[in-house]
Write a protein that binds this ligand. Structure first.
Ligand code: UTP
Length: 234
């Protein structure tokens, strides 16, 4: 049994409440958890961003807007835990130590954000470090890390592999305001560099991409690692 930490972007799981993919992700997460210890960190999604925009329009500071974002991540985590029924530990972990403790029950551990000034990618990166994960997977709305934002720049090219140092250079120039939407935040990239835990970035719009990546090693995405050995399949 290996240990897997997944950052499941809210833009994938709950882009809007109506378009949520929770029902599709439940069997996929259960399938992975039948073979591996699984930790899932859930993002805030579209509803969080809408609230953050309203907060900003009201002149509310970024730190408080972040706190609003965190509440949404935890709400989404609660929804996922409830949909997973007995397969998940029944409470949202509110910090990394709690997540480690909950894992002793042998169930899927789900958490959201913990502290302002970062995103759930950073939460997941530190969690991967603390539980000594074999792999850290960032499930997002693009199929890997590109030389520029592929939604804005047509000539952007996708990297198959990157070293953590190259990753840092790419994400280093992005702003970190509440609700900001980059492929990985700078805090997460720094932690990936120091932990030496391989990171896989893949497109989660089809939930089966995730189980296929972990269980068969077949996926389109970017591997960030300073090791020669491929991190997937497990
Ligand atoms: P995320 O940015 O992690 O969720 O958290 P998302 O936007 O759904 O993720 P992607 O883009 O799909 O991957 C939402 C917001 O909550 C706050 C930040 O403002 C963040 O943008 N947050 C989250 C924190 O301040 N701290 C945390 O630990 C987590």
């Amino acid at each position: 049994m290996k240990t897997v930490v997944i950052s499941l972007g809210g833009s994938i799981l709950i882009p809007t409440l109506e378009k949520n993919k929770i029902e599709e992700y439940v069997p996929v997460l259960k399938k992975i958890a039948a073979r591996h210890q699984l930790f899932v960190v859930v993002g805030g999604g579209g509803e969080a961003r809408r609230y953050i925009e309203v907060a900003r329009a009201l002149g509310i500071d970024e730190g408080t807007a972040d706190e609003i974002g965190i509440l949404f991540t935890r709400l989404n985590a609660t929804l996922l835990i409830s949909a997973l029924h007995d397969a998940a530990y029944p409470k949202v972990a509110e910090n990394h130590a709690e997540a480690k403790k909950f894992a002793e029950a042998g169930k899927i551990v789900v958490m959201g954000g913990i502290t302002p000034g970062q995103t759930t990618d950073a939460v997941a990166a530190v969690l991967a470090e603390r539980v000594r994960a074999d792999v850290f997977i960032n499930v997002t709305s693009v199929d890997g890390i590109y030389s520029a934002d592929p939604k804005k720049v047509k000539t952007a090219t996708r990297f198959e592999t990157l070293t953590p140092t190259q990753l840092l250079k790419i994400v280093g120039s992005t702003a970190l305001t509440a609700g900001s939407n980059t492929v990985l935040d700078i805090v997460a990239a720094r932690v990936v560099e120091r932990s030496h835990i391989p990171l896989v970035v893949l497109d989660g719009s089809k939930p089966k991409n995730l189980s296929s990546a972990i269980l068969t090693g077949k996926f389109t995405g970017t591997i960030v690692s300073d090791k020669k050995k491929k991190p997937l399949p497990l």
